[in-house]
Ligand binder design. Structure first.
Ligand code: SAM
Length: 464
């Protein structure tokens, strides 16, 4: 701990070192570490300290670039610069440089947390021009029938079909099909300022697919609510307003007060469909899903298709085989696994969100091998006594952890496909597999969140 004065507001001149996990570069000044946002490795910057909690490091942001990196470009997100939102961490770096930064972070996390030195290439996802009114979707998918509700004039499908540009550089804009906004006390939609509860009502972040944000700033929303905007693969926009959380119960440090606050935070909130049907149509590998617009779907328009292709290639199940799809959502991977096992196989999917299980069961009803269950993975896995041949798991950002990986590896499946969007949690989980006697046979990383510090990693493990 630093016993010295609070550095908040200081503006030291520093040379930026390597990127750290979380969208910043590491610098040193007078014996302390600074985590500096809005800069690139090697740059000389004047940094303003934004947070000093007295520990070994301070948070800062680069406010003057004194010597710029050759990887620097004019930022394409006007909302996320110094003092701005946390949406885009690297909107001022070339796409190639962004991928190199992410590769460096994944490599470092694997070295530190999994004690494994390896080289990483972060791959771009295919370029595809999609957006409101375009008929977007996965490669080779079939076009689905109309949704239950007719699109209005603003949202009617246009005839400009998806354009795939082979070999082109990944777009750093217009990739996000799901957006979650907050509503301020005046009823304006926006995003949080970085590490703050302030709401910034400038909606010009370039991540959403084209048309997703049209008209959102012109309307008054319910103060304290959240807005979910989903542009589905048929080009229909769904806007759902999620009611403000119930007033938090009384303050206090005792266990009952803490439990009551936690229950209030997780309580179901009313949803009001403002536009579209609230049921998003998605396609992966020619199969059609209809899922809740507020439920989970991979946000990058091409991610579900790409990951499911990798999962199918690595799983390589024989007819009649058994597999698990843990944290299965609506069963995107379960579908690919069941196509391989055929009706004589068994694919068990486990997912905590009941609505996702129901949506998945409906989409996969023609696959008799599939059985999707609503449960918590850590509870479900502890009750299993038979090992499948292949396990696919795609946990939330915090990773699977010991509670899941210990019983999973004890069951000794021949192959495990693990997917993780947080490099630190992913690296921790890789370390657990390695300790349990599995080795990494394949590792791929995808730039599924351009301009942000997030990166999706997929690994195939085999028993050593
Ligand atoms: C990253 S998503 C993956 C979903 C799915 N594989 C897909 O690609 O669409 C993680 C999923 O895990 C679910 N989940 C989170 N914690 C869970 C738990 N403890 N047990 C079961 N499911 C959980 C979430 O509801 C979410 O659907």
């Amino acid at each position: 701990m630093s016993a010295g004065p609070d550095w908040s507001g200081r503006t030291p001149q520093v040379r930026l070192g390597p990127p750290g996990h979380g969208g910043f570069c590491v610098a040193r000044h007078e014996g302390r570490v600074l985590f500096v946002r809005h800069g690139l490795p090697g740059e000389l910057v004047r940094a303003r300290v934004t947070e000093d909690r007295g520990g070994s490091f301070c948070r800062a942001e680069a406010i003057d670039i004194l010597e710029a990196s050759p990887d620097r470009v004019p930022p394409n997100c006007p909302v996320s610069g110094p003092g701005g939102a946390g949406c885009c961490d690297f909107a001022f770096a070339t796409p190639q440089a962004q991928r190199a930064l992410k590769a460096s972070v994944v490599r470092e996390q694997l070295r530190r947390l999994a004690h494994w030195e390896t080289d990483i290439v972060v791959e771009m996802l295919p370029v595809r021009e999609t957006g409101l009114g375009s008929r977007a979707g996965g490669a080779g998918r079939s076009r689905g029938p109309a949704t239950g509700s007719e699109p209005d004039a603003e949202h009617r499908l246009r005839e400009d079909a998806t354009v795939v540009v082979p070999g082109a550089e990944a777009p750093e804009v217009g990739w996000r099909t799901r957006v979650r906004l907050v509503v301020d006390a005046e009823g304006r939609a926006g995003v949080h300022r970085y590490r703050s509860s302030d709401v910034i009502t400038d909606l010009r972040c370039p991540q959403p697919v084209s048309g997703a944000m049209d008209g959102i700033a012109d309307r008054a929303w319910t103060p304290g609510a959240e807005l979910v905007i989903a542009v589905d693969a048929d080009g229909l926009r769904h806007i759902v307003e999620v009611a403000p959380p119930a007033a938090p119960p009384r303050r206090g440090g005792d266990r009952r007060a803490t439990a009551a606050r936690r229950a209030a935070a997780h309580a179901r909130r009313a949803e009001r469909v403002v536009s579209g049907s609230g049921r998003a149509v998605q396609y992966v590998a020619g199969r059609r899903w209809e899922v809740s617009a507020t439920g989970f779907w991979q946000p990058h328009r091409d991610a579900a298709q790409r990951y499911s292709d990798v999962v199918a290639e690595w799983a390589d199940l024989a007819p009649g085989a058994t597999a698990w799809d843990l944290y299965c959502g609506a069963g995107v991977f379960a579908a690919r696994l069941a196509e391989q096992t055929g009706p004589g196989g068994s694919v068990l999917g486990v997912e905590s969100a009941r609505s996702a299980v129901a949506d998945g069961a409906a989409a996969l009803r023609d696959l008799p091998a599939v059985d999707l269950r609503s449960d918590r993975v850590e509870r479900w896995i502890a009750a299993q006594d038979r090992a499948p041949e292949v396990v696919v798991l795609d946990p939330p950002r915090a990773g699977a952890g010991k509670q899941v990986i210990t019983p999973l590896t004890a069951a000794a499946p021949a192959r495990i496909v693990h997917i993780g969007c947080d490099p630190a949690a992913f690296a921790r989980d890789v370390g657990l597999y390695r300790e349990a006697g599995y080795r990494v046979r394949e590792l791929r990383a995808f730039d599924a969140f351009p301009a942000t510090h997030h990166v999706e990693c997929l690994a195939l493990f085999e028993r050593a």
